[in-house]
Design a protein around this ligand. Structure first.
Ligand code: DGI
Ligand code: FE
Ligand code: FE
Length: 198
């Protein structure tokens, strides 16, 4: 099968498990991840596949999510149990392996950490995290224009900006913080602060 045929099939499979809006978002992330992969010189195919699959567990009922976590022996934190939408990244990584035959650990990991991030991410992980936030269909987050531009200039600085705004949003009372999101914020804030001192 040619790469393009493979993408066609994968897109169809993903489309079938999503709402129309989620599929539009998914294509936006695929396209944006490919563009960032070109900018930062990493494998474009991997970025596209990770972008295409990053939300493959998003459109599942919370109860079914929890059932599948039991089935696949996925351990959940208390924060995840209280906020089941957070589970779609962990579960999506397992679906990518089991339901979409992905065996590339870099792709799996980019899906796994696309919501919270984690300290010291790989380029592919950062690209999916950022593409998810800046894809053309997004319009609600503050500072999008600046963050979109920065994503193609200095990806660690863009990570800091996204995490800063996410933590601000959560601290306004919009949601309970996952420890990993906060640790990721501190990691990229330190890189940002060091640049300011220089
Ligand atoms: O699945 P998407 O909507 O495309 O994007 P996503 O997987 O990044 O999820 C986005 C939401 O996740 C966004 O509203 C911010 C939220 N989020 C990120 N970190 C945390 C969080 N929400 C909570 N409650 N706690 C977190 O630590
Ligand atoms: Fe997501
Ligand atoms: Fe997403």
């Amino acid at each position: 099968m040619s790469d393009r045929d493979y993408y066609k099939k994968l897109r169809k499979k993903v489309k079938d498990v999503m709402t129309k809006a989620r599929y539009e978002h998914t294509l936006g992330v695929e396209f944006t991840a490919a563009s960032l992969a070109m900018r930062y010189g990493i494998d474009i195919d991997k970025a596209e596949i990770a972008g295409l699959l990053h939300d493959c567990a998003k459109c599942i009922d919370d109860e079914d999510k929890l059932d599948d976590c039991k089935k696949y022996k996925i351990e959940l934190t208390d924060v995840e149990k209280r906020n089941p939408f957070l589970i779609h990244s962990k579960l999506g990584a397992v679906y990518a392996k089991k339901l979409y035959d992905i065996d590339d650990e870099e792709i799996i990991s980019a899906i796994r950490f696309h919501t919270t991030g984690k300290p010291d991410m790989t380029l592919l992980e950062k690209i999916i995290f950022i593409a998810d936030y800046i894809e053309p269909g997004r319009d609600k987050a503050p500072n999008l224009k600046e963050i979109r531009k920065m994503s193609f200039i200095d990806i660690d600085e863009a990570m800091y900006m996204v995490l800063r705004d996410t933590i601000n949003y959560l601290e306004k009372g919009e949601g309970e913080k996952d420890e990993l999101t906060y640790d990721t914020y501190l990691f990229y804030k330190e890189i940002h602060d060091k640049k300011e001192i220089k």
